[in-house]
Every structure is written in C-alpha cells, then in structure tokens.
Write a protein that binds this ligand. Sequence first.
Ligand SMILES: [Zn+2]
Length: 186
Amino acid sequence: MDISVVFTAHMKRRLTRRALVMLELALRQFPELDGKGITIGHTKVHLGSAVLPRYPTPESKLTIRLKVRKLTYNTIGHELTHLLQGLSRQSALTTRIPAGEKQCDVWTIARSGLFCDDAPGYLRLPRVVREKWPEYALSVRSLCIAAIEKRRTYRLYLRWLEAEIKQLARRPLKKARDATQLSLPI
Ligand SMILES: [Zn+2]
C-alpha cells in the first residue's frame, strides 16, 4: 500500500514514536487511501479533525489533525473515515460511507478491532457501556457490522443500532464476569 504522509512542521515537533507506530497501523486498515497523499497536522483543541475538500478530485490533498496526547486508534480511525466520507462523494469508491458523525463512528468501529481501543464519541451509548467499554467493545462492533448490513434495506439502521446497544447494557455481562473470575489469584 502506498499512502504518502506529510506531517506539518507543528506536528513534527510533537510527534512521538508511539503516535507514529499507531498511525502506521491505522493507515494499513484503509486500503481505499492507497495512492493518496495525506497531510497530518496537530490540534490541541479537539481530539482530532478532518479537512475535506469541498469538491474532491483524485488529486485533492487530504488533511487530518490529531491531538498526540492520549491519542487513540479510535480517534485516528474516526478522522480517516471522515476522509473516506469525503471521497465517497466522488463516484470512485465502491463502498460509499454516508456522511455524519454517528455514521463515521459506526464505519470506524466496524472496520477493525484496532479501532475499538476507546469508545466512539458520537454514537449514543448507555453509561455502563461507556464506562466499561473494553467489556462491551466486541459486542458493539458486531452490532455496528450488522447495522451496516441492515442499512441496505432499512433506513432507520442507526436508530436500530442504538436500541440494540441499549439492550446490551441490560443483559448480564456473562463472558466478562467469567474472565474476572479466572483472573483471581488462587
Ligand atoms: Zn468526526
């Protein structure tokens, strides 16, 4: 895969070894960005942001900005998915990703388990799911994948998804509880 990445001068000063490794791994999950150029800048204000050209062409420069402190794969994935949303407006992409923040979360989580290291920011999650995210991450990811499938025939797939996630919080966390028992020092 060939994605040419350019860091802004501001980002170069802040970039850590850890962030660099994370970016490399995250970019590998986005074959749609093959052959594209991405500029990565730094932001202090938000976790991240993506800049989409108003009228994207195959040569358009794509830009994301990230906060390096406490950087998560979920944030990197979210911003890269925004780039795909922008590119989806061209006809080039076979799998179009609909616009919107919640949609961005769903497609990011569904893309790879790598992006499940932190809870998505826009999808409505019950408090327990957000607080105990690692225990729910896999189930939420399965539901996101199911929701993308459901979207083909059901317009209200996001509402369906959030209702399903809400249900998740009501069920006992069997697997997680077993895991806790196993980790007890005996
Ligand atoms: Zn966003």
